[in-house]
Design a protein around this ligand. Sequence first.
Ligand code: 13P
Length: 249
Amino acid sequence: MRKPILAGNWKMNKTRDEAIHFVLDVDHKLPKDGVEAVVCAPAIILRDLVKRSDVLKVGAQNMNEHEKGAYTGEISPVMIKDTKVEYVILGHSERRQYYAETDERINAKVKTAIEFELKPIICVGETLEERESNKTNDVLKTQITKIFEGVTFENPDNIVVAYEPIWAIGTGKSATSAQAEDACKFIRGILTDIYSKEVSDKIRILYGGSVNTKNIQDIMAQPDIDGGLVGGASLIENDFIELCKACLK
Ligand code: 13P
């Protein structure tokens, strides 16, 4: 059985004080079993949050694929690892859109994350234009195939994919649970082709895009959806706790 994950992606929000306040408030109210609750916070405060959390897990939002070197402003896998976080989001559509990240680069980052024993949350998803021209499956297939090219891992439990249709991110317009399930099931099928059914059955696939406390139940009722990657709603303490509880299957 795949253990559900509710991962908050805080993006570029919360000061250190605000983030610590969140963790201290939320940590002891979370379910202790049955769901992994994660907040992916700005890199500069990761260590502060890891130190103060017990049930709540912490993740980074990005990571450079190189171990070290002349990459001004970047954060290396060694530095991320040093903060003691467990997860790292890779290939978020905002990174693709604003910082020109490609599937090839995300592929390199995934390999690096696995090498450094960080659990990647790998984001894929189509634009509105691609959906409206019925290209969703083609886009997902290309993204997954390129991102997983040459990627090997021992434990599929440590690999997470997030289906995040770009048109649903921050728009308040979530995919329907049927659309989300179709895409997540399709992604699992591609992973079966690349690896095996045994492996793809263990990889967790999340849905992200305007997830909130009202739509989470429908989303979680889908057989191929193992949790949510949540932006806006994850910033609010009570909503985050409610979302985590809704992931208990
Ligand atoms: P929203 O939940 O704010 O739509 O953001 C989704 C997202 O991008 C999570 O990574």
